[in-house]
Design a protein around this ligand. Sequence first.
Ligand code: F6P
Length: 546
Amino acid sequence: MALRTQLSGWQAVEQHAETMKSQHMKDLFANDKERFQKFSLSLPSMLFDYSKNLVDETTMQALFQLARECELEAWRDKMFRGERINITEDRSVLHVALRNRSAEPLLLDGVDVRAQVKNELNKMQAFTETVRSGKWLGYTGKAITDIVSIGVGGSNLGPQMTTEALKSYGDGTLNVHYVSNVDGNQVADVLAPLNPETVLFVVSSKTFTTSETMTNANTAVNWLLASATDKSAIAKHFVAVSTNTDKVTEFGISEDNIFDMWDWVGGRFSLWSAIGLPIALYLGFEQFIELLDGAHIVDNHFENTPLEQNMPVIMALLSLWNCTFLGAQSQAILPYDQPLHRLTAYLQQAEMESNGKHVNMSGEKVPYPTVPTIWGEIGINGQHAFYQYLHQSNNIVPADFIGSVTSVANVAGHHDILMANFFAQSEAMMAGVSEEEIRADLASKGHNQAYIDSVAPHKVHEGNRPTNTILMDRLEPKTMGMLIALYEHKIFTQGILLDICSFDQWGVELGKGLANQIHHEIAANQVSEHHDCSTASLVSYYNDNK
Ligand code: F6P
């Protein structure tokens, strides 16, 4: 297989990028009144505007041509069919099957995946209804009031981000808390106000070997048994979500209390499986299904729409264009919906763990940067912190602006102000303001020439900074499902365009192994001579002073 850089489509885009670098988006807008119509798309309840990118029709055609040369459509179809496209782990990639509730069988090694998903959804439904109706009783016969979800990475970020995003759709039946960090401060803070008689722990770990999660789960058991004393209480207060039944039962959680997931669900794409149980417990099962249905709308769109009108494909192509061809090194995610305040953290894992790779599918080093650094913050807070950098630094940072037409919180007067900022920032990033305009403005305000000369260059905004705008009608379970699925398919597409395996995460293993070893050295108060002198001295300092 040819390296991506050898493809004629790649080379054509590269050449075309050189001509586009001398263009300014302001002129592209001035010369084409139809630009918004040409470079925007909509799905039910969602508008996507990508006209504020440094692209023209030739750019987009060249990018679609490249996508075809990369056989994107064939790879997409392989994913939906359940082929083992996670080549380094020899697994299928089927998170799309988790939200497809059609009855048509999907066979994987002779087993109908859809039937498995349906069974697990039925089990989740029965369980959430039992807990939410107060029929699930703790060891003293009291109903559950609080859920504590223990998990990290994909077993935490998706559920926590979504629970926060949809907080106002909860009915207050249950409180849901999350513990992800092995830093004891977090578990101590979460447990301190809770009553062990009314807490249910959901231990979520695909592998059930993640040391941070196991440590927190053991602490939770000890906390429960400090008041319950009889170990039979564990069955009433602990459930687990995992692929590893042996490890879960070894831990002490009975088989009845295990929710299954499968190796064809990647951790960072797992919130749609029983890993999403805390979401269902918080919102109620019906709203969890709406979330799945929202994602399924986007799955259908991604699977069946020509590349030219395909939203996640265009998002991925623009990311490739901005980063690999125009040289941007990072990508900002800027939600203008307070409930989306964990979205950036979620997307950091989804995108950077998926595509932060250095070799292609054949194991050859890739000669181009892969995924940009994903960062960001709730828009208004960002405006008063780092937008200076977005507008004037020498590093161009493409940004996704995400907002809603209607606010979930109906507080008089706020939403229009929020959204005025939302629209203003991407306009400013695109258009900028020239030195000429600054000088004219200062002169019209009566400033003297010396002042104008000294300050004008500092006030220039060069503009020409690419942004996408995603405008939802309203943040609700369905649109939330759509939004997350859009990014999932964007990430998949990026992986194919870059020729990298987006579904493994070998890069987390080295640090994990070393941490394990150093933990033993700390326990034995003996630092191995195999460490470099910096690490050895740091660990010794820690041991000597703790
Ligand atoms: O260390 C990274 C990682 O493997 C993620 O990919 C995963 O989401 C997370 O750890 C948690 O893994 P598990 O669900 O197996 O505990």
